[in-house]
Write a protein that binds this ligand. Structure first.
Ligand SMILES: [Zn+2]
Length: 256
């Protein structure tokens, strides 16, 4: 009996495989066709996509006021609306803020930038069901920010995503506001660049790898191919030490 007990005790103490590597694919700009397709692909693997949309482009009545309509991030004709984003959110996907109107906030006066950020938070809280800026991610347009802008965003949002020196961040362990650094690659397809950066990360001791991409296949700046995305998620979900999570989820799960 003593032997049985010892075996039982040993099995009971077997540790869960520790998740040392978190991978976040952060999709920007709110392309209607690509975002529905991205959501479907993530669902095939039991995962939630990380989708970031532009407030004014998601409001049909505001689209005519958008500046820079030739910018691939802003051109509003191929964008979904908050109705689409509410549908995808109900399916469990994460929908977060990617600015009021895609202005590069480092190129306008700080006071004006603050107005953009405030307006963005208000628009999302009004139009996206269940959205609270204080529990959400703000994703800068062009990943362009500075310390002053990051600090202001973090008075309203829980997490800020901007350009990183490296795409690898420490895994957050406290409920404090978080600044995420990410990488992106464009204007052409980003599969090969992403694959190389990810391989280096997977060979490392771990952390939180955040890569910012946009549409799928031919849509948007620096798109990923849907074929590559499917093979990637297939590979990552088979790795016991890897988690694929939306950015907000990595921080919000600490909040219980
Ligand atoms: Zn963008």
């Amino acid at each position: 009996m003593a032997g049985y007990g010892a075996v039982g005790l040993t099995l009971g103490r077997m540790p869960m495989q520790k998740k040392t590597h978190i991978v976040t694919l952060s999709f920007d700009d709110g392309f209607k066709k690509s975002f529905y397709k991205t959501a479907e692909i993530f669902e095939q693997f039991g995962l939630h996509a990380c989708l970031n949309v532009i407030a004014a482009a998601s409001l049909p009545e505001k689209r005519s006021t958008l500046s820079g309509a030739t910018d691939v991030g802003v051109v509003p004709t191929d964008k979904g609306t908050f109705e689409d984003w509410n549908k995808l959110k109900r399916r469990g996907h994460e929908v977060m803020a990617h600015t009021w109107d895609h202005t590069n906030l480092t190129e306008i006066p700080f006071e004006q930038a603050k107005e953009h950020i405030t307006k963005c938070a208000e628009a999302f809280e009004t139009h996206l069901r269940g959205f609270k800026a204080s529990k959400s991610v703000y994703n800068f347009a062009y990943n362009a920010s500075n310390a002053e802008l990051d600090a202001f965003v973090l008075t309203k949002f829980l997490v800020v995503r901007t350009q990183g020196v490296t795409p690898v961040n420490p895994i957050p362990t406290t409920r404090k506001p978080v600044r995420i650094g990410c990488w992106s690659q464009g204007p052409g397809n980003c599969d090969a660049f992403f694959d190389e950066a990810l391989a280096k990360f997977l060979a490392s001791e771990g952390g939180w790898f955040v890569f910012n991409t946009h549409g799928l296949d031919d849509e948007g700046w620096g798109p990923m191919s849907s074929k590559y995305l499917i093979s990637l998620l297939d590979r990552l979900t088979k790795m016991k030490h890897v988690e694929v999570l939306p950015a907000g989820q990595v921080v919000l799960r600490l909040h219980g």
